[in-house]
Design a protein around this ligand. Structure first.
Ligand code: UDP
Ligand code: MG
Length: 320
């Protein structure tokens, strides 16, 4: 089944990307022009930048671009809300004005060429097309190890995610309209999109190094994202209890181990020491468990508030 030529919005979250945008924006435009000239998408297609409360000149660059070419449009979030919320804002804003969206980072790490294949898959009847990293050669061993472990743990915990797929994907407006009914405020797009269902497929691409600027996802943030992916929440104090529980558990285990070795080499260990170790171990495990349960309570807490997931303060075009 071939469909009518769709209107495409490329949705691009940008946070402090003044160094990158002037380099990658023309590439996105080129891609749109190429797809239009091949008759795969309509000329009403747009490159939509979502400024996520940047503190540098990102928004100025976006407004400037929108004046240079009508294919460029931009929206700005009222403050920094994080990558997931920025993408969501762009998708929800695009839903009513286009047939398909492709979300992609603005730093040039994700190859734009698989977009052709994504649009082809849509024309063949798919509603969701996942961009999947085929190689991670440019990532450090550590990043690759932690990132791949992340997908495995998520799946083990029952969150359905496509292995090695981040947030580079095509979603049709039809799916987005259903997705709009998922009202949760703790959003983890790559885990939620598969829940909507519909016909989907994957295309494979190589991930490059960032063209300029720095990653906003150092190890600490990556760990946080992993944790959120599983519980789809972050409540700091409760997490600190969890961490405390973890530390006590590990320390106790070490103490138990040392006591054990000491008893082997016949250093006399009074009955008091193993008792304290055991107590600490149990105490640590209890705090750890309390923290995990607390994560879920925190999640309920945030959900009951039902705060808006994004607030758009400016657009480069007239309000809807
Ligand atoms: N980003 C965002 N809000 C944030 C952090 C990042 O919109 O609070 C955007 C950023 O501009 C980029 C994308 O999300 O387009 C991915 O961020 P980054 O490249 O820093 O992450 P990495 O690729 O290193 O995981
Ligand atoms: Mg990046």
């Amino acid at each position: 089944m071939k469909r009518e030529i769709p209107v495409l919005n490329i949705v691009i979250p940008c946070y402090n990307e003044e160094k990158v945008l002037p380099i990658t924006a023309p590439l996105f435009l080129q891609k749109i022009n190429q797809l239009v000239s091949e008759g795969k998408i309509s000329d009403k297609s747009r490159v939509m930048f979502v400024n996520d409360g940047s503190k540098d000149k990102t928004w100025e660059i976006i407004t400037e671009l929108s004046k240079q070419d009508y294919h460029f449009i931009g929206i700005s979030q009222s403050r920094n809300r994080g990558h997931q919320n920025a993408v969501l804002a762009g998708l929800m804003e695009s839903m009513d004005v286009c047939d398909i969206t492709i979300s992609i980072d603005c730093d040039g790490q994700d190859d734009i060429n698989p977009m052709d294949e994504m649009v082809d898959a849509y024309l063949d009847g798919c509603e969701v097309v996942y961009g999947v990293r085929s190689k991670r050669d440019t990532d450090t061993f550590f990043k690759r190890f932690t990132a791949e472990g992340f997908y495995k743990v998520l799946n083990m915990m029952g969150a359905e995610v496509v292995f090695n797929h981040a947030d580079y994907r095509l979603i049709s407006s039809r799916v987005l309209k259903e997705f709009a009914n998922f009202k949760e405020v703790n959003i983890f797009l790559r885990g939620m999109v598969p829940l909507v269902g519909f016909k989907s497929t994957s295309v494979y691409y190589e991930r490059h190094e960032r063209i300029a600027g720095e990653s906003h996802y150092p190890l600490k943030k990556m760990l946080a994202l992993a944790f959120d992916g599983i519980t789809s929440l972050s409540v700091k104090p409760i997490r600190m209890i969890t961490a405390l529980g973890g530390i006590i558990t590990v320390l106790s285990l070490i103490a138990v181990f040392i006591t054990f070795i000491a008893s082997l080499v016949s250093v006399s260990v009074t009955g008091f020491v193993p008792l304290v170790c055991a107590l600490c171990l149990i105490g640590g495990i209890q705090l750890l468990s309390l923290g995990v349960v607390g994560e879920y309570i925190g999640k309920i807490y945030l959900e009951t508030k039902a705060r808006p997931r994004y607030i758009i303060s400016e657009r480069t075009y007239d309000d809807k």
